[in-house]
Design a protein around this ligand. Structure first.
Ligand code: RTP
Length: 153
């Protein structure tokens, strides 16, 4: 069986989160919780990539607006690794609509509108694998074993 500590989630700071200078705040929360950043890049995603990422929402009335919003500037795409990172990451992000997000969550503390909710997090372990592969290919790292070397010479 695969090691639960190797679970990965795709977390993205959306264009509004980047423009508002919230990248560090979001990274800090995941690092403080104990998760490992194993992939990170700032990029302007193509329409094709966004439509593939959000393929399950294609029939929703808000889909065109979602693609326009997500094309509005660079995003920071991240892969985070750790035990239960998908479910815990979703609870750290808060509900999709920030007005329903509890205080203490990223959305509950930092934003208001569902169409400007600053971050994305994979909604299942399978989505986590699919999304990390979609955005990073095979180029993520596995740093889980090298932490001690970064503290002791
Ligand atoms: P995300 O994928 O961004 O983490 O969000 P989610 O799973 O919590 O929610 P999902 O239903 O997959 O929706 C994806 C994103 O679409 C935008 N949205 N707008 N105007 C609306 O009613 C509406 N509903 C969803 C949000 O930006 C949401 O995060």
């Amino acid at each position: 069986m695969s090691d639960p500590k190797n679970e990965v989630s795709f977390i993205m700071v959306k264009p509004d989160g980047v423009q508002r200078g919230l990248v560090g705040e979001i990274i800090k929360r995941f690092e403080n919780r104990g998760f490992k950043l194993v992939g990170c890049k700032m990029m302007s995603p193509s329409k094709d990539l966004l439509e593939t990422h959000y393929v399950d929402l294609k029939s929703k009335p808000f889909f065109p607006g979602l693609i326009k919003y997500m094309s509005g500037g660079p995003v920071v795409a991240m892969a985070w690794q750790g035990k239960n990172v998908v479910k815990t990451g979703r609870s750290m992000l808060g509900a999709t609509n920030p007005l329903d997000s509890n205080p203490g969550t990223i959305r509950g503390d930092l934003c208001i509108d569902v169409g400007r909710n600053i971050c994305h997090g994979s909604d299942s372990v399978e989505s986590g694998k699919r999304e990390v592969k979609l955005w990073f290919g095979d180029s993520t790292e596995d740093y889980s074993l090298c932490t001690e070397n970064m503290i002791y010479e």
